[in-house]
Design a protein around this ligand. Structure first.
Ligand SMILES: CCCC/C=C/CC(=O)SCCNC(=O)CCNC(=O)[C@H](O)C(C)(C)COP(=O)(O)OP(=O)(O)OC[C@H]1O[C@@H](n2cnc3c(N)ncnc32)[C@H](O)[C@@H]1OP(=O)(O)O
Length: 393
């Protein structure tokens, strides 16, 4: 059913299933609608084409809706079907402008482009140019100091949601950390979320082979990603001061040698809410670590745990007061990093190795089940609801 709807959507509007492209590329200017600020409007449209950095889908939707309102007036398109994600998002954005006068929409478009140009320009001046150059990563900040390699998820404005690039960069960073001079590796997040899990816009970028190919590629990527955690040879510590959502907590909780959380952190694996199923080997590790009954509450019913609850259940090693979290955790980590690295590596190996084969098998099974789930109506509806801002977790 979901497959059919997606296919129909693809045939009806092939571009609708790609990431939203810039409105000026897609649209034609209705010149007769321009009056006093026509020149400004045209300039603004040219400026959009020159932006060096993608401003993100939300902003592109705003630009699109203002453009349409400025040139055509109130929304006059038929409402797209629920599975036509991109056109539906565009329709929602335009329709939300109601009867905003064309002149106001034109002015708002010009203002938005102007603020966008200056903010993107200034952010590119201070931007992690240095970080990027020194680490070579777009979505992470990776540093190595005092025997500790720190991998920090660095998409704070998206709550550290994992886009495809971030999956690859984390795998790359883990592989590099496994070979560098550091004794331990720390995984953490920048901003007010450790991670918000899989980037749900990953579902909207459909390859030529359609949603089946997308789901297959996703399963391959996830299997490889989780596999990197299973095989990671050094002590790995997850350090979280804030909420962790979705699947990054699963592999990092399941395979970290230690998990440190502030008393503000929460842990949430809302697989059922999203029409999905457990991954990151959580279907195996959580019932073992917690208890089958508690794991069911978390993995099947999506019960959110506070750091204290997660610690009581054995998922978290220790909870620290938020105000002293960084100081206390880093003091401890620096002390650990001074221990003989080979002894730590071998100790980890002996604890984890007899489980490795089992974990790889569980990972393969979970990814195969998920591949089917991603094609389900339940999953599609959850993604549509989030992208059209009808639901948040
Ligand atoms: C290889 C595939 C593996 C698949 C495995 C899947 C397992 C999972 O990961 S399940 C978890 C999936 N995650 C979610 O469903 C979380 C969705 N996000 C939210 O519910 C809320 O954003 C959240 C509660 C995290 C935070 O709410 P707010 O504090 O109100 O912030 P905003 O909602 O305004 O978010 C800011 C900004 O970030 C974007 N965002 C946040 N999370 C995601 C996400 N998971 N995917 C994509 N985008 C995300 C959000 O859209 C906002 O963007 P802008 O509107 O452009 O500012």
């Amino acid at each position: 059913m979901a497959h059919l709807a997606w296919r129909l959507a693809q045939r009806w509007c092939p571009s609708s299933l790609q990431v939203i492209s810039f409105p000026v590329v897609q649209l034609h200017l209705n010149r007769t609608a321009m009056r006093a600020s026509q020149k400004d409007f045209e300039n603004a449209m040219n400026q959009v084409k020159l932006l060096k950095k993608d401003p993100g889908n939300e902003v592109k939707l705003k630009l699109y809706s203002l453009y349409k309102q400025a040139t055509e007036g109130p929304c006059n398109m038929p409402k797209p079907g629920v599975f036509d994600l991109i056109n539906k998002a565009k329709w929602d954005a335009w329709n939300a402008l109601g009867s905003l006068p064309k002149e106001t929409a034109r002015q708002n478009y010009v203002d938005l482009v102007s603020s966008l140009s200056s903010s993107l320009e200034s952010s590119s001046q201070v931007e992690p140019g240095t970080d990027r150059k020194s680490t070579g990563y777009e979505t992470l900040m990776v540093t190595s100091e005092d025997g500790i390699t720190k991998i920090m998820l660095n998409r704070p404005t998206k709550k550290n949601a994992l886009n495809v690039e971030m999956y690859h960069e984390i795998m790359h960073a883990l592989k590099a950390a496994s070979k560098d001079d550091s004794a331990i590796t720390v995984l953490t997040g920048n901003g007010d979320y450790y991670s918000s899990g899989n980037d749900l816009t990953n579902f909207t970028d459909i390859p030529p082979g359609g949603v089946e190919e997308k789901a297959k590629n996703g399963a391959v990527l996830l299997r490889e990603f989780v596999g990197c955690f299973i095989d990671f040879p050094k002590p790995l510590i997850a350090s979280g001061q804030c909420p962790a959502l979705g699947h990054l907590p699963s592999p990092s909780l399941g395979y970290s040698i230690a998990v440190y959380a502030s008393d503000r952190a929460t842990f949430h694996t809302p697989f059922s809410h999203l029409g999905q199923s457990p991954e990151g080997c959580s279907s195996y590790t959580f019932p073992k670590i917690m208890s089958p009954a508690k794991a069911t509450e978390m993995l099947v019913f999506g019960k959110k745990l506070t750091a204290g609850e997660a610690c009581a259940q054995g998922l978290v090693t220790e909870v620290f007061p938020d105000s002293t979290f960084q100081k206390e955790v880093w003091t401890r980590l620096k002390a650990f990093a001074k221990l003989p690295p080979n002894a730590m590596r071998i100790s980890k190996e002996i604890i984890r190795n007899r489980e490795k084969e089992k974990l790889h098998a569980v990972n393969a099974e979970e990814c195969s089940v998920l591949q089917g789930r991603w094609l389900s109506d339940e999953c599609m509806n959850a993604v549509v609801n989030f992208l059209s801002r009808k639901s948040k977790l």
